[in-house]
Design a protein around this ligand. Sequence first.
Ligand code: KMT
Ligand code: NI
Length: 175
Amino acid sequence: MVQAYIHDNNYETDFREAHDSGVPVTLEQLSKLGVFYKYLETQEAVDALAEERNYKNRDIVNISRATFPDEQSLLNKLSIFFTEHLHEDEEIRYCLDGEGYFDVRDPISNDWIRIKFEPNDLIIVPAGIYHRFTLTSKNYVKALRLFQDEPKWLAINKPEGDSSTAYQNYVQWVA
Ligand code: KMT
Ligand code: NI
């Protein structure tokens, strides 16, 4: 079963640690933020979902010691993913191997909700929600990134994202 909980907001220790505050978050709470989690056993199930939601493109992201041999280049890559950002389109991520954490920002409480991302986990991240991603201390993830249109993953960082239509529509939807 997927683990989701409120992040402890402790930035003194490595961000790849669990940072579990001890407060769990349910899938129902996530769905109220427009975030959907599914455990999909097969690639066919992923393809069916992608088709149903009109996803036309995909790529594979592979972050590991093999692809980033030195700690500094790995940290540089991770710091981009871990910067609070949003996208103007919905995004789907499916874990093929390894593990990571997806953090989504609750726009009402401002809490970071951390979702553990492991093989066969699929997460639908709605347009306009602030989020970030990190590896765990295992330093390895291989994931499918699904795109509705061209494989563009323009990230709009905080605070620029606040004035985007995607953010304003999202916050209105949640409220
Ligand atoms: C994103 O948009 O935040 C990402 O693609 C993170 C890496 S996907 C495992
Ligand atoms: Ni993103």
